[in-house]
Design a protein around this ligand. Sequence first.
Ligand code: PRX
Length: 671
Amino acid sequence: MTTTESSSTLSAAGTLEAELERLLSVESFPPPADFVRRVPYEADAAAAAADPVAFWADKARELLDWDTPFTKVLNDENPPFYKWFEDGTLNVSANCLDRHVAAGRGDKVAYYWAGEEGERKVVTYADLLEETQRLANGLRSLGVGPGDVVGIFLPMIPQVAVAMLACARIGAVHNVVFGGFAPSAVRERMEVSEAKVLITVDGARRKGRTAPVKAAVDEEKMGDLPSLEHIIVVEAVGAAGLGGQRAPMTPGRDIWYEELIAAADPVCPPVAMSAEAPLFILYSSGSTAKPKGILHTTGGYLLGAAYTHRTVFDLDPETDIYWCSADVGWITGHSYIVYGPLANGATSVMYEGAPDYPDYDVWWKLIAEFKVTIFYTAPTAIRACMKWGAEYPARHDLSSLRVLGTVGEPINPKAWLWYHLVIGGGRCPIVDTWWQTETGSIMISPVPGVTSTKPGSATRPLPGISPALLTEDGQPLAAGTGVLVITKPWPSMLRTLYRDDERFVQTYFSRFGPTTYLVGDAARLDPDGYFWIIGRIDDVINVSGHRLSTAEVESAIVAHEAVAEAAVVAQADEQTGQAIVAFVTLAGDRVGDDAMVAELREHVATKIGKLARPKRVIWADDLPKTRSGKIMRRLLRDIAEGRALGDVTTLRDPAVMAALAAKVAAAGPED
Ligand code: PRX
């Protein structure tokens, strides 16, 4: 069934709630009858089903411009070290910029940039190309060449795209760190990747305040890292934004971005790179405290980003205005703010700001202003908007929207329906896109106008992608719940973990062998062949769609001098999907009071970033451990979520659990 209510009628008190309740019993939503599809799909699906490798070869020729055409498509001689298009050469920035400008589309808008105080900037493809060439020459003048790592720690300003593209132009490998991470996390990522240059900003604005980013970077003594030779600083807020003084600069080491590009030659021919040359590293959380440097390469990655961006969002580059609300510091931003949209010559909105500043309607205001047709966000954001109320979107005309997307975590059916009714006016297909940093691009998703959607399901694999469910011991499952794997290589898959082939094989290709990629998620397959992602099977917590490792948060907490021991688990959370709960044993006679909770939360914020702060801290005299000393997180999860305790017989001291459970029960659900 389809609905056609507009958000304004639905905002009437009671009507929306009743409609949501009614639709909760609807299992499947067929494509809206009047949806006008722009992108052909059936031929792709048939070609991929017949021969996935030939399908990808055809798409690589159709969607990308090659300097040297490839003759080999897939090299699978040494799994899991697959190679795609290995004898072809191309340049990613040329595919994202030059070819559009050469085709007479230089004046086309690449980004409508919006700042949180109402600032606007229009960046055309020609503008991007010019600034990218200048920065590429600037980087070269600092000694950056092919294979060198360049760190990027920038807010959502157009320069972040320029920085990535400038690296790609000269074959340097970028390592973008999410702007919300603490400078100490940036330092760690610069150190382990041996970055030669870091591109950052003087200050970043958020909700009317300015964070002095460059000063914080200096406090971490990043300049002391032996590999880091230069820090390039974008002057985004200037002295006025920093209380009257420009950001501190160390002569000889630090360079203003604006001065660097002004002095640089405006022409920098793109370097033809091997399709398998590294394009970027992106650190993501895994089962241990050490983040994983996920490595993507040039040809396969760009193909995955471009093909899926076009197919999943039904993109018509001529008419659509596309907006992905993610941050460039995550893979979603890499693939669906920068590389996919630019490779396709699309026009995007880029927004530097929060969804609730200056008011709860700022997103909807932007959609109306720019006549956004495709909007891509995260379930956690949708749930926040639900909480704020339908009256905020109702203030604006959202009729330009035609496709809605979500990513990052399972979406609960009620949030899906709210998105469908209130934002999509009941007429826009919703694409619930499942993928990962490792997969590089979307893997399982509805296709607008093609797939019937079921709220909460990412539905079916895209052409050329082969997911499957296995039992714990590796038997294939035709339906039911199991471990999600991908059984065939795909072009945008990670190639390795940076300088750690062993951990790459161990993490993804040891459990079921070198040709079966272990996703790390559990999923359910229904009788219609639809996938329902359940969540992680490793010690990774998904807070608001952000991946955090329990080990990483634990090691930050135990680094505090008052802490003796800590164990971190996830608790289901209505707002953020999952929330972090920390069980903490304090050292000596330290007292676990509110002040200590605040101190620990702040401590984690400075070690990792605000997103890693525990929502709850539970003081524990002791933690439940097996006889071999392993902390039993399963039992801690039971306690955090108020469940009856599971089997405690393997514990060294079962009394520990009883004491902890009694304490938490006495304190109530949120202490
Ligand atoms: O557990 C899955 C969840 O996010 C994980 C990947 O996280 P990350 O590498 O940070 O990439 C996030 C953005 C692509 C997955 O293993 N996840 C991602 N998308 C969905 C999802 N879970 C359910 N439904 C989704 N659509």
